[in-house]
Every structure is written in C-alpha cells, then in structure tokens.
Design a protein around this ligand. Sequence first.
Ligand code: ZN
Length: 427
Amino acid sequence: MLWFNQEHRLQHASDGLLVTACDSDGVHRVLAIGDYHSVRPHYPDLTPTHWPGHWIAPGFVDLHIHYPQTDVIGSPAEGLLPWLTQYTFVHEAKFADAHHAHEVAEFFLDELLSHGVTTALTFATSHPASVTALFEAAQKRRLRLITGKVLQDRHSPDGVRDETEQSLIDTETLLQRWHGVDRLGYAITPRFAPSCSEAQLRGAGELAAKYPSTWIQSHVAENLDEVQWVRELFPQARSYLSVYDNFGLLRQRAVYAHCIYFDETDRTLMQRTGAAAAVSPTSNLFLGSGFFDFAAAQSSHMRHGLASDVGGGTSFSPFHTMLAAYTVGREGQTKPGLSLSPEQLWWQHTSGAAQALGLEGQVGNLLPGCEADFVVLDPQATPLLARRCAQAHNLSELLFAWIVLGDDRVIAHTVVQGQVVASKTQP
Ligand SMILES: [Zn+2]
C-alpha cells in the first residue's frame, strides 16, 4: 500500500489496510490507512476485500488532456502548428454533434479509468455540446473531473472558431450549470493566446475573477514558432506568460500546459500567482517541442505536475508519462539534467498534481479525509515486470521498475468512490 504523508514523503505498508466509508454528504472518503495489524483492531466489524500480492495506491491525476483528441493520438506532423491544422481542428469540428461527443466521452472515460487515472483536467472543444457530454458521462460515473468550453475566436478554421460575445455567454452558462455539481468542476479554457482576441481574453479574465473557485486552463510557451507568433501578436507583452497575466488569467487553480520557454521572471510570476505548470513530456517529445526544465521549476518553487496531453501526448498511461518525464529531466544539453526519483515522479502524477489543482487532501492521496479513489497494482502483470520486481532491493527500485516497464496491464483494478469501475479480472 502506498500513500504520501503531510510532508509529501512516500509511505508504504507491505501488509496494509485501507478503510473507506461514505460520508453524510454522499462522498466516499478514507477513514484510515496503515499497517493491517495496527488498523484492523479499530474496525472489528469490517469485512475486508483482499488483494494479496497487489499494491493499493492513490488514483492518478492527469493535469492536462484533451478528450476530443482521443482519435488524434499518433498523428505525426512537422511540429505543433501544422499538427493543429492538419489533424486536431478537423477532429474537434466533429464535436458540434452531441451524439459524437457522447460516444467519445464514454470511450475517453473508459480509457482513463483502465489506466488508473481517476481525476483529469481536460479540454473539451469550442462547442458547448462537447462540455455537456463529458460532464454528463463523468457525473454518471461519480468522477471528480474538470473541463470547459474552449475559447478560440480567431486564427481558427470554420467549424471550431467561436464568436467572442457568444463564447463568453456560453462559458458562463455552462459554468453556472456544472461547476460544483457533485464532483465536477468548470475550467475557463482559452485555447492559447494566438487563438483568442484581446476581447475574448479580457472576458475570460473577468469570468475568472467573478468565479474564483473555477479553474483556468490553457497552453503557454510550448514551441518556438508559437512563442515567436505570440511576440508578433502581443508586442507590448514582456513574455508569452505575461499576456495571460495582463488579462487576469494567472491565479490559484490556473493550470498552463508546457511552460518550456520560460525565463526566471516567468517562473517567479507563476510562483507568486499560484498558477501551475502541467508538464506534458510525451507530447513534448512527440511534437519535438522542447524539454521542461525541472531543476529551474524546483528552485523557483513553481507548482508543477504531470500530464498526458493526449492527443499531442502518445499515451493515456501515467507510467509512460512518468518515464517520459524522467527522460526529459535527464536531458542535459539545453538545460541542467537531473535524475528525478521515482517517488518524485509518482508524487507529481498524484498528490502533487492534486496540489497544483488546489485539490490537495481531496484526491491524489489516501490520507484520512481524502476521497476514496484508488488503484490496485499488480507487480506480476507481465513476465518481465514480475522478474524485475523480484530483484528490487527496496521500494525505490520497485517503483522505478513499474515506471519503466508498466502500462495499463499493471492496473488490476481502479476504484472510484468505493466501487470497482475498471478491472483486468473480476474483483
Ligand atoms: Zn494540450
């Protein structure tokens, strides 16, 4: 059993017991976690579910993903901007059709859960129907999930481009309908600065101030061509990041994907405002965007956590993302290279990602009071993994073996709100 203590240190019990129960507000939460023999006497009437040979760990938190790009995964292009026009906008245009949006939303949630991801901050498309479809699907499954209508009123083709005034009305209508309903949250979602007029960004900032408990999600400083484009579009801005700051879009619960081409002033701005970076390493490697500077992020105390960024990202699997994050961290030609520990990688995809969302103590961990979303891991999932794990001398080596060799086969069960919602075998 794995969890993090209040100091963010990984704890484990090789023979553990997790006790969960439904609170008066209808949310299933952790009551106790620890060594079986010390926890069990406090709950003599329990009938435990046994998972011998398996590990219980917090459900993973994906800080940045695009559910409408489920069918875009694995589309190669000459970098970010051609990839958007050749594949992404074409697929996203289909989400004007509510039936299509519902079908993809259900498939997307199945995929997240079978990979052990129990909470995600995800883009929808510019069509309100895409947001409604995902919220309805997530509500039915009792998931903690955050999404929002994409804002993009310029430099976008017909079919995905929205209209400034209507886009802000739609955002506020959806936000009032869904934000805080059950476990759902709304994210104000400017696609990225080049796709939004100044009036749209200003309107987004005003909504963010009016509804401070909502999230904000966008992209920043992913690719050099994009950075140059922003410089031309916003010549007065000190940097790409400061464009968002100028419109009131940096604050707690604001999550920006990528954050690669930052200087120290940008990182300080992130730290000061409480905004967080969604590091998306499989996407950055696939699109050739660049390498996130983990050392600089750590030293500036900028919040950051891990994200798949599907469909620019190449996998729903948190294991693949953690391995790619390790690889990006090691890269030492464009920035200082460092070796992220498996505990750090795991934290950035669970409790650290929850902290970036302002949901620490709710998801991404299993301390008492946390919501009961967790995974059951099988260290014998493949012959190679079983062989490698058998030779691990300590917990770090075991975690590293999972990170390097793991995928959805390791996720034996995913449990949301006390219910098994995805399983390799019968629970
Ligand atoms: Zn993205």
